[in-house]
Design a protein around this ligand. Structure first.
Ligand SMILES: Cc1cc2nc3c(=O)[nH]c(=O)nc-3n(C[C@H](O)[C@H](O)[C@H](O)COP(=O)(O)OP(=O)(O)OC[C@H]3O[C@@H](n4cnc5c(N)ncnc54)[C@H](O)[C@@H]3O)c2cc1C
Length: 574
């Protein structure tokens, strides 16, 4: 392709020079820009059918922060040999590891943080998208629709709550209704069930809080909700139940290749060997590819901020409401930067507003700021004026991992035979993971068989991960019985979320061996209520110390080094 025309356009619009080189798989860009939004916008201008963009345009004066790596180093994995090493403990890596254990394979999953679901999989909306905004012929559509269809079954097996509550995408103008008819037709063609247009009167009845704004809505009944980190944890636990090893606080630092194969995987816990390596490293997936000499795509980090509202908040829509495209933005509907987010009732009963979408140079920048909070609240309170700022109890940000082509990459590397990339897993990654994980496991099994490894079914594979007890949802009789069996279920530690000592103890003794305050929080929600852990955090810290037999000063909030208690002032005799 002749890129000269685009280079000229860049020169005119962005007043900068870009050098372009291409090979059979990718278009490589170099140059320099004054702001990051321009770097990303220029990268997008070079997206070409059948090729990936590798964008090395630098941001003037920007010094990249060093990647956060675990503050531990030992040889606990050194010299071990595996059939498959999975890099990354987000939903992609954990779902892939679980699906791999359907066969008798020695599977190692490494995650650089102290728990799984610490990347995008722990900081997103948990919406199981219907897929109405997705374009034709992309992997996001293929796996998004397939993932949505099997969500109920997967969550049942893994003991995770899932609600198929439907979603209303609100329009503010009659003209948009015209475009919406096209969306309904497309949804039918893509096999998305039950999508229809809801009129002004009907939407006002269903959701009176949006009545002045809405002239109608698109209704997608197959949209659902899940706790994304609880599902990721469940996948990881089920993988462990079925024989996989999950090594936390373990970062891949280098990949050694020989004759077009990864031969050694270097980590902070020693060097391991593997027949096959699966790259599920989220925002670092292009870096992992680069470690293997296989850099053919770029990830441009895109941060999204969400606001969490008190579950007792009044004036919040009872239905899931998303702002549809406006007249200004309709041409961008489905363009990939954000699905527009919405007002969402989460699987845990909280409300979320958001997210927004901001391109950022730092892959691990999960900070929140006033602009994002104002934008998110402003956008959604426009649709639903009864929302109150005072009901916001927390903010969080997550970073999406899009490629410039805005689609998933799920394939075996063309250059490194035993490397499989699961990259560019932006939204709807939570929705799609259950479906693509099955295909990735097949790609791996087919490859291993092709190089003479005997891949036999794991007869002891058990798809069921026991559902953790949630005492507050039991009726009086059931709760009574449980407390009689174990009185710890009658001692409430987190008052906001009504979490008992019994639940916390079980969370501490989870199959992954996570004994951090945030690890407990992600498993049972202790500290996720209105007071955000102000009351229960010291208690949980103490329980972890007692249950794991360490001094309270050794208990961390999250990653190694995040100790909560630094020393003791006075010892009180009890
Ligand atoms: C704000 C926001 C809202 C979203 N909302 C939705 C939604 O409602 N529905 C939906 O379907 N999708 C949503 N998404 C998208 C979804 O969250 C992601 O697609 C999905 O979580 C990606 O999962 P992953 O496992 O590929 O990546 P991640 O969850 O980021 O996991 C990658 C893991 O790799 C680890 N890692 C990286 N490098 C290394 C290394 N060298 N060694 C070891 N480990 C490493 C990281 O620590 C990380 O844990 C949203 C995303 C964001 C940010």
């Amino acid at each position: 392709m002749n890129f000269e025309k685009i280079v000229k356009q860049v020169r005119k619009k962005y007043k900068t020079e870009v050098a372009v080189r291409e090979d059979e798989r990718s278009v490589f860009l170099t140059g320099e820009c004054d702001n990051w939004a321009d770097v990303v916008a220029i990268g997008k201008m070079f997206v070409t059918e059948g090729k990936h963009v590798v964008n090395d345009i630098r941001l003037k004066g920007y010094v990249e922060k060093p990647e956060r790596l675990p503050k531990v180093s030992d040889n606990s994995l050194d010299g071990t040999d595996w059939d498959v090493v999975v890099i990354g403990g987000g939903i992609s890596g954990c779902a892939v590891a679980r699906e791999l254990t359907r066969n008798k394979l020695r599977v190692l999953l490494v995650e650089k943080h102290s728990d799984v679901a610490r990347g995008a999989s722990g900081a997103n909306n948990g919406m199981v998208h219907a897929g109405i905004d997705l374009k034709h012929q992309c992997l996001k559509l293929k796996y998004g629709v397939a993932g949505n269809a099997i969500y109920g079954d997967v969550c049942k097996e893994l003991g995770v709550d899932f609600r198929r509550s439907g979603q209303y995408v609100i329009f503010d103008s009659r003209l948009i209704r015209f475009f919406a008819k096209g969306t309904v037709k497309r949804a039918e063609k893509h096999g998305i069930p039950g999508v229809r247009i809801v009129g002004k009167k009907e939407i006002a009845e269903i959701e009176p809080r949006v009545k002045d704004f809405a002239v109608g809505a698109l209704y997608a009944p197959s949209t659902g909700y899940v706790s994304p980190y609880q599902l990721t944890i469940a996948y990881a636990e089920n993988a462990v139940q079925n024989g996989a090893k999950v090594s936390l606080n373990t970062a891949v630092t280098a990949l050694e290749t020989e004759n077009g194969n990864v031969t050694r995987v270097k980590t902070n816990r020693g060097t391991v060997t593997a027949r096959c390596v699966v790259n599920c490293a989220g925002v670092f997936a292009d870096r992992i590819a680069d470690m293997a000499g296989d850099r053919y795509f770029s990830i441009h980090p895109r941060r999204g901020t969400d606001l969490m509202l008190d579950p007792k908040a009044q004036g919040v829509p009872t239905q899931t409401i998303s702002m549809g495209p406006t007249l200004k933005s309709v041409s961008k509907f489905g363009s990939g930067s954000t699905k527009g987010g919405g007002v969402i009732r989460t699987a845990d009963g909280n409300y979320l507003l958001g997210p927004d979408a901001v391109e950022i140079p730092d892959r691990e920048d999960v900070s929140t700021n006033q602009d994002s909070v104002n934008n998110v609240f402003g956008k959604h309170s426009q649709v639903c004026p009864t929302l109150r700022r005072g009901d916001i109890i927390a903010y969080f940000s997550g970073v999406r991992a899009p490629t410039y082509e805005e689609d998933f990459i799920i394939e075996r590397s063309a250059k490194v035979a035993n490397l499989v990339h699961v990259a560019g897993i932006q939204s709807p990654g939570i929705t799609a993971a259950p479906a693509f994980a099955k295909d990735v496991a097949k790609i791996v099994a087919d490859y291993l068989a092709s190089v003479g490894v005997e891949v036999l079914p794991n007869e002891r594979f058990d798809p069921v991960r026991p559902r953790p007890v949630k005492a507050k949802y039991l009726n009086d009789e059931e709760r009574d019985k449980l407390i009689k069996q174990d009185p710890d279920f009658g001692k409430i530690i987190c008052r906001c979320e009504e979490i008992s000592l019994g639940e916390i103890k079980r969370a501490i003794h989870n199959p992954l061996g996570v004994a951090t305050v945030d690890g407990v929080k992600r498993r049972v929600r202790a500290g996720m209520g209105r007071c955000q852990g102000g009351f229960c955090m010291p208690l949980v810290t103490d329980i972890i110390a007692k249950e794991t037999g360490v001094d309270v000063t050794e208990v961390t909030k999250d990653d190694v080094g995040s100790n909560i208690v630094v020393g003791k002032l006075k010892e009180v005799q009890q």
